[in-house]
Write a protein that binds this ligand. Structure first.
Ligand code: TYD
Length: 217
């Protein structure tokens, strides 16, 4: 069977507004009658959701490499059990975070460097094929704006272990994303997520339209 779907990943620092924008993308795809699966990392399938709760639990202490391996383990199962089957059915897969999150958070944030890429190349290799995202839509905000948003009163999201990291950590994560944007230019679209919700979505819509259009050629 051929994997003919499109694999679209939303990336960005905490508080960049991914959740809101993913809901808008889902509405948009539904309106256009496009068959899609919307999912998230870490998680998306039972075993990966269990790994997620271990990683994000504020009570758990672990080394950076352990964290990297756990994200990679969750990633591989989610990929095998959910993403690849959907792509094989020709569906669009919208995923909240993927490999670029590990490269920025563990590679740059935790300063683990190259090993993160090595581990992830192995984790996304299924039957000899590496499953990279067709496009990473990167919502860019400064850590100041992002953290302010997630700590804002009434934010409907629990504070997790990563949120509690230092400002320096969050700056390294964002700088990491900006470096990745240069390195993986063809798979990356950076969007200014400090704009209002509608303006951010207008930019996202353009990227998605181009991507889905290129599918039809
Ligand atoms: P989540 O509650 O999903 O946060 P968000 O809404 O910001 O995506 O928590 C996921 C956290 O895990 C987030 O802080 C980013 C982090 N993360 C990594 O550090 N590495 C990874 O590979 C992934 C997928 C997530």
């Amino acid at each position: 069977m051929k994997d003919s779907g499109k694999f679209i990943v939303l990336e960005g620092p905490d508080g960049s507004g991914k959740t809101t924008q993913i809901a808008k993308i889902e509405d948009y795809l539904r309106e256009r009658g496009i068959d899609f699966v919307s999912t998230r990392e870490p998680g998306g399938v039972q075993v990966a959701e269990k790994i997620r709760s271990v990683i994000l639990d504020v009570e758990n202490d672990m080394s950076g490499l352990t964290e990297c391996l756990l994200y990679a383990a969750a990633r591989r199962e989610h990929l095998i059990q959910k993403v690849i089957p959907a792509l094989n059915e020709g569906k669009v897969v919208i995923c909240d975070r993927y490999v670029m999150s590990s490269l920025s958070y563990q590679g740059y944030g935790r300063r683990l460097g190259e090993v993160v890429l090595e581990v992830n190349k192995r984790a996304i290799d299924v039957e000899g094929k590496q499953y990279w995202a067709d496009m990473n839509i990167y919502l860019d905000v400064t850590p100041e704006i992002g953290l302010q948003r997630i700590h804002a009163k009434h934010a409907d999201r629990e504070i997790n272990r990563l949120d509690l990291e230092s400002n320096d950590f969050h700056h390294r994560v964002r700088d990491g994303y900006l470096k990745l944007e240069q390195e993986y230019a063809e798979q990356f679209k950076k969007i200014d997520a400090s704009q209002n919700e509608d303006a951010v979505f207008a930019d996202i819509k353009e990227v998605i339209d181009n991507l889905l259009l290129s599918n039809r050629v």
